[in-house]
Design a protein around this ligand. Structure first.
Ligand code: CAA
Length: 297
């Protein structure tokens, strides 16, 4: 695989484009929103610069990676004509993803593998709306993509061995560590992570401890780099809510129901880092952990 189209230039999409370009792939970063695309490219430039400053890569590697990324605002046959792999990273909404997969199946050459970076939506369901379910697979990167080693490779019911092998080799060529899992709601990463985050929110809601205290217990006691509430803000509370709903519905088990506090915060638009406030207040450039006034004692 040489040419990759990444669809969606948000946090995950720009991180995915970044790592593919850094490892020699020709990358098309596609987003229908031109402003989002500019922001995505600026983030890639900033993060490549950050890696160069820390001598993880050279300035030449950073510049070469940037020059391998082309930005486009249209999904059409011409733009996708030589694409070997599409990695979809649009918002975590089943209808949007299903429509996109239908469209990609019509527009991409027959050899193209269609991968989704979905956190929880069924790969089998995405494959089912295409005429190439054997070439549809999950390629679930972790945030921040340039830093995290894992790629959860999700094999849908009809995904072929050949597609799995190609995607596993591809993830290795990005210097990531692929782990293959089966297609059940939440896969493995979120099946285990989201109940922990949800339980932390329940404990906060019940007044067991405050925001800082809950996070400190998990950081200091379990060596987690971020506490579960800070991590929820980092992932996005809307994303956590959407994943828990997929697990609640797909596994038919109420224990995955999002905490009422999480539901309220999403309804109030307190989505974490992306909205400037979640369990913490987020100012760009500041690393200080300031709990939201809503949770001050
Ligand atoms: N691009 C490039 N480099 C980056 C980066 C980015 N976007 N973000 C951070 N870094 C680098 C920094 O430059 C720094 O490099 P050095 O170690 O060489 O100095 C390193 O990563 C650590 O960053 P910071 O010093 O800024 O901050 P930190 O030490 O607090 O680490 C963190 C930040 C890596 C995000 C760490 O807090 C962490 O690992 N947090 C947990 C992340 C996690 O759990 N991610 C999974 C989320 S779940 C998910 O993504 C899937 C899903 O479906 C919801």
């Amino acid at each position: 695989m040489k040419k990759v189209s990444v669809i969606g230039s948000g946090t995950m999409g720009n991180g995915i484009a970044h790592v593919f370009a850094l490892h020699g792939f020709t990358v098309q970063l596609i987003d229908l929103n031109g402003d989002a695309l500019k922001k995505g490219l600026a983030t890639i430039e900033k993060n490549l610069g950050r890696q160069a400053e820390k001598n993880l890569i050279t300035q030449e590697q950073a510049s070469a990676a940037l020059s391998r990324i082309q930005t486009l605002t249209e999904i059409n046959r011409q733009n996708l004509q030589d694409t070997d792999l599409v990695v979809e990273a649009v918002s975590e909404n089943a209808d949007i993803k299903l429509n996109l997969f239908r469209q990609l199946d019509q527009l991409c050459p027959t050899h193209t593998i269609l991968a989704s970076n979905t956190s929880s939506i069924s790969i089998t369901r995405l494959g089912g709306v295409t005429g190439r379910a054997e070439k549809v697979i999950g390629m679930h990167f972790m945030n921040p993509v340039p830093v995290m080693k894992l790629v959860e490779v999700i094999r849908g019911y009809a995904t072929s061995d050949e597609t799995c092998d190609l995607v596993i080799e591809c993830a290795k060529s990005l210097q990531k560590i692929p782990v293959a899992v089966r297609d059940y709601p939440g896969f493995v990463a979120n099946r285990i992570l989201m109940p922990m985050i949800n339980e932390a929110i329940r404990a906060l809601h019940e007044g067991v401890a405050g925001v800082i205290e809950i996070d400190e217990v998990m950081k200091l006691g379990m060596s987690h780099p971020m506490g579960p509430l800070q991590l929820a803000d980092f992932i996005g509370l809307d994303v956590c809510h959407a994943i828990l709903k997929v697990m609640q519905d797909g596994l038919g088990d109420q224990r995955y129901a999002p905490s009422p506090l999480l539901v309220n915060m999403v309804l109030a638009g307190k989505l974490g880092v992306k909205s400037g406030e979640g369990f913490y207040l987020h100012k760009s450039g500041s690393k200080e952990l300031v709990p939201s006034p809503a949770f001050k004692k």
